[in-house]
Design a protein around this ligand. Sequence first.
Ligand SMILES: N[C@@H](CCC(=O)N[C@@H](CS)C(=O)NCC(=O)O)C(=O)O
Length: 222
Amino acid sequence: MITVHHLNNSRSQRILWLLEELGLDYEVKRYQRNRQTMLAPPELRAVHPLGKSPVVEDGELKLAESGAIIEHLADRYGAGKLAPAPGSPERVRYLYWLHFSEGTAQPPLLLKLLFDRVKSKAPFFVRPIARAIADQALTTFVLPNINRHLDYMEGELAKNEWFAGPQFSAADIQMSFPLEASRSRGGMDDKWPRLMGFLNRIHSRPAYLRAIERGGEYALMK
Ligand SMILES: N[C@@H](CCC(=O)N[C@@H](CS)C(=O)NCC(=O)O)C(=O)O
C-alpha cells in the first residue's frame, strides 16, 4: 500500500494527482497547516526529519521531495504511461522540467510570498523601512525573475503542447504547482496565454479533479 503524507494547500496535491492518473490505490494521511504561521504541524517531523510534505511510503521505502517521488512512482508503476522512454529526447526534456519546477521556478515564488508577508506583517514601528527593503528586493530581483520564467515557459509551450513533448507526462504534474502559484501570487495572467491554457487543460482532467476530492482544500497562498 502507498501512503501519502499530505498537507493541506500544498505540493503534496501533485502526488495525489499522479496516483490518480496511474489508477493506483493509496492511503492519505492528512496534516493541517498552522493558520497563523502556515507551517506544517510538528507531527510531520515524526514522519521525516524535515517535517515537510509530501512524504510517501511505498512498502519499505519512505521518500520525500516531490520530484524524486514523482520520478519513482512514474517509473515503478507507470508502465511507460507518464514517463517518456529512457534515451529519447522527450525523456531529457521530462527530466529537465521535473527539476526546473523546484530548482528554478519555485525559489522566486517563495521569495515573493515572504517579502509580501514582511510588508504586511512587519511590526508597525519598522514597517516603512521593512516595506522599502522588501520592495527593493521585489523590484530588482524577485519580480524580474518570475517574469523571465513565465516568458520562458510560455515560449517552451509554443513548441509542444506539454512540457516534455506532445504527450502529457508526470513532468506536467510537477510543473503544475509553480504555475498555480504563479497565477495565485506571481502575476500570471492572460499575457501568458499558453500557460493559462495549460492550467485550464490540467484542471479539467478527471484524475486532477478526483485528486482534489481526495486531498481536500487546495487554495495556494497569495
Ligand atoms: N522541494 C520540496 C519542498 C517541500 C516543501 O517545502 N513543502 C511545503 C508544502 S508546499 C511544506 O511542507 N511546508 C510547510 C513547512 O515548511 O512547515 C518538495 O518539492 O517536496
